[in-house]
Write a protein of this length. Structure first.
Ligand code: PEP
Ligand code: MG
Length: 315
């Protein structure tokens, strides 16, 4: 009964005092997206397009991409869809965009950095997204992974707008980008924080290294500080800042994220009900107090304990 209570409720995400926090789905394959569209979610916060092409030996044609993106856009209709350009390299190698031998692939040519090596890939992808948007009458939000500098943000945004796509943004998953959020946000329409990579890079801990799980924890106060900088940048500019990493599906951490200025949370769809419930039990001011307590803590375990002491016991 308690588990059922903890996931009760439906509809858009809202704090107890009525502040809207969009609850969105992370999707990869087209079928996942079509399944997610039937769930009680407000849209897609992260469409990982590289997942579509992990098994492709050759680069997908523009036509092939238009088909796949159109299916996802039309499945969600009027709901928001945030589509991410190819995040190839490191843990997600694509056969048609091979990297050179790299000592440290996670620090190498991956995500938007591939654009220098294979400019046609991004050009084709943005063209396909624009065409799919046109054919389905939708307005997808387009974002780039692994952005580190103002210049990268600016050049990506220019390419998005050149295709006539109205909304462009960047992922915040490199600490430098979070620290300089105030400057990056001026160049784009939104941020989406990828806590998986942001934690990896902030803590200098390989996201695949199971034995380092204690370090690879988004409750680490250093990670929370970086998220806070990105959140403050968004609030200062009046632009949305979402989270689309695994952290978003931890209900307690979701409250902290909202307290740090996050305006949407994207996760595997089965995580949404528990987060919706936690939000509905908590005022924004309480989220802010939890965020402050977590940032004051000296480590991840005490950050979580500090928030547990403040949270409604039902959550
Ligand atoms: C992240 O890094 O948190 C993220 C959402 O992107 P991915 O997990 O696909 O790298
Ligand atoms: Mg990432």
């Amino acid at each position: 009964a308690r588990a059922a209570l903890k996931t009760a409720g439906s509809g858009p995400g809202r704090t107890k005092d009525g502040v809207g926090i969009q609850l969105l789905a992370n999707v990869g394959k087209v079928e996942d997206a079509e399944r997610a569209a039937k769930e009680d979610v407000e849209g897609v916060g992260l469409f990982r397009t590289e997942v579509l092409f992990l098994d492709s030996a050759t680069a997908p044609s523009v036509e092939q991409q238009i088909k796949a993106y159109s299916r996802v856009f039309s499945a969600f209709g009027d709901r928001k869809v945030v589509i991410r350009t190819l995040d190839a390299g490191a843990d997600k190698p694509l056969a048609f965009a091979p990297s050179d031998e790299e000592e440290n692939p996670a620090l190498g040519v991956r995500g938007l950095r591939m654009d220098k090596k294979y400019p046609q890939l991004l050009a084709d992808q943005l063209e396909a997204i624009a065409q799919a948007a046109k054919e389905t009458g939708t307005k997808p939000w387009v974002m780039a992974p692994m952005v580190s500098t103002v210049h990268e943000a600016e050049s990506f945004e220019a390419q998005v707008k050149a295709q006539g796509l109205p909304v462009g943004g960047i992922m915040i998953e490199v600490p430098a980008a979070a620290l300089r959020g105030r400057h990056l946000i001026e160049k784009v329409d939104f941020f989406s924080i990828g806590t998986n990579d942001l934690t990896q890079y902030a803590m200098a801990t390989d996201r695949m290294a199971g034995e380092l799980a204690e370090l690879l924890d988004p409750w680490q106060p250093a990670v929370l500080d970086l998220i806070a900088y990105a959140g403050e940048a968004g609030q200062g500019a009046g632009k949305p800042v979402g989270v689309c990493g695994e952290a978003a599906r931890d209900p307690l951490l979701a409250l902290v994220l909202v307290g740090l200025g996050i305006t949407s949370l994207s996760m595997a769809p089965n995580g949404v009900p528990a987060v919706r419930f936690a939000l509905a039990r908590t005022d924004l001011a309480e989220c802010q107090a939890m965020a402050a307590a977590a940032r004051d803590a000296v480590d991840a375990a005490s950050a979580r304990a500090a928030v547990e002491a403040l949270v409604d016991p039902e959550v």
